[in-house]
Design a protein around this ligand. Structure first.
Ligand SMILES: CC(C)(COP(=O)(O)OP(=O)(O)OC[C@H]1O[C@@H](n2cnc3c(N)ncnc32)[C@H](O)[C@@H]1OP(=O)(O)O)[C@@H](O)C(=O)NCCC(=O)NCCS
Length: 399
């Protein structure tokens, strides 16, 4: 049967406000956060009949309890999608939602379906990193990885060792800038449009409504950051201030074929160009975005100079700076994370990929001179993922 690869578009993306572990979502279920996102996508896109959603892929790193039971399927049913809509769960740790997007997008391109919901969740308060894991002892005894590879903060210290030019002063300056950019983006209402408020309940405090990202620390200065402890190594460089924290949150986006978007009257915010996932040494997992980006660029026939908007996940400042240093981009380049990143908003692991996409879509809307942008992230156990997107608002389209 002859087949054509079809164009895939990102129509819309939403997320819950992110929480601090044991914070605003302490008594909220993880699956309820996902359901909220799916319902919001349907509410915001009323021309999409729910029965046209043909797949729901939701990522979670810890697939236990309220993040288990094939969360894509359970969340779809609970969100009120018809029982004819299938769903599944996905895991690539921090790149879970990103992988949910690329996997379902590939299904759209192949013609398996037209409309999907892809996203992720991590309630790190209810499911601490490493909950229930049982690593095969051979991983360590046969030295497949160094023991430090299993502690993400230690991999960030290792990355500092590999890049001695990336000093703590630089990572702290980057972290303070992330907080400042996030505060500015909030002041300009660039983040809130994609947040879905979540009703919360606390046995002690009663009902509440989560409307903002709880981890943000506006006003953070480099002087504040210089005083923090380095929990991953004595006299190290990685601190609570220049890392993402331990967070709760969910994201979801609507992807369709370009034809289905047109048929259903849905306006695309981004068009998928290419993607790449790679493996690197697990001990320095933070370098993953570099070869992943090289791969995605090569597949797209582009170079780094063609990319004018970047959303780099800030698991740790050092890992963003290693990426920028590799490509000769300045630490404070305004094209990189202009609305702040995970250091400010938080990084509920498997959900973060779609937060990056939401912010890139916002960059595309604000900056019609930009044609191509990318979202990229490092991944535990030594991986990287990059997705390259094209801006449908690009002014060159009108020429
Ligand atoms: C780094 C880490 C261990 C810190 O955990 P923590 O100690 O519970 O963090 P806290 O939020 O309590 O912050 C520690 C201290 O730093 C302070 N702090 C944090 N950010 C700050 C900021 N921006 N400005 C000033 N102070 C700050 C806190 O107030 C706290 O101070 P206190 O001890 O006086 O109360 C944890 O956030 C972590 O593991 N992050 C990485 C997560 C991860 O690996 N993700 C996967 C990536 S691949």
């Amino acid at each position: 049967m002859p087949r054509e690869i079809r164009d895939v578009v990102f129509v819309d993306g939403v997320r819950t406000p992110f929480g601090k572990a044991k914070g605003q979502y302490a008594e909220t279920r993880a699956d309820d956060l996902v359901i909220k996102c799916i319902r919001e996508l349907l509410r915001r896109n009323p021309s999409l009949p729910p029965e046209r959603v043909e797949e729901v892929a939701i990522a979670a790193t810890t697939q236990i309890g309220d993040q288990g039971l094939t969360i894509g399927r359970t969340a779809a049913l609970l969100a009120g999608l018809p029982n004819t809509t299938p769903g599944y769960a996905i895991d690539r740790m921090c790149a879970g939602a990103m992988t949910a997007v690329t996997t379902t997008a590939s299904g759209i391109a192949f013609g398996a379906y037209d409309v999907v919901v892809a996203g992720g969740v991590e309630h790190m308060g209810r499911h601490p990193m490493g909950e229930g894991v049982d690593p095969n002892p051979r991983i360590i005894s046969e030295k497949l990885v160094d023991t430090s590879a299993l502690v993400m903060g230690s991999t960030a210290e290792n990355l500092h060792d590999r890049f001695p030019t990336i000093t703590k002063a630089r990572t702290d300056a980057f972290a303070a800038a992330s907080q400042e950019r996030a505060a500015k983006a909030y002041a300009n209402d660039l983040i809130q449009p994609d947040l879905v408020p979540v009703a919360t309940r606390s046995a002690e405090l009663g009902w509440g409504l989560a409307t903002t990202d709880e981890p943000m620390r506006p006003g953070t200065t480099v002087e504040d950051l210089a005083k923090l402890k380095t929990p991953f190594r004595p006299h190290g460089r990685v601190t609570a201030g220049n890392s993402a924290g331990i967070n709760d949150g969910a994201t979801a986006c609507l992807l369709t074929s370009a034809e289905a978007a047109e048929e259903l009257g849905l306006k695309p915010k981004m068009k998928l160009v290419s993607y790449g996932f790679v493996g690197v040494e697990p001990e320095v997992m933070g370098i993953g975005p570099v070869p992943a980006t090289d791969k995605a660029l090569k597949l797209a026939g582009l170079t780094i100079d063609d990319i004018q908007a970047f959303e780099v996940n800030e698991a740790f400042a050092v890992q963003v700076l290693a990426f920028l240093e590799h490509y000769g981009i300045a630490d404070d380049d305004p094209r990189v994370n202009p609305y702040g990143g995970a250091i400010a908003y938080g990084h509920p692991l498997a959900s973060s990929g779609v937060r990056l996409m939401n912010q890139l879509a916002q960059q595309f809307e604000q900056r019609p001179e930009v044609r191509y942008g990318l979202t990229t992230m490092c991944v535990g156990l030594g991986m990287g993922g990059t997705v390259i997107w094209e801006n449908p608002n690009w002014e060159g389209n009108a020429a």
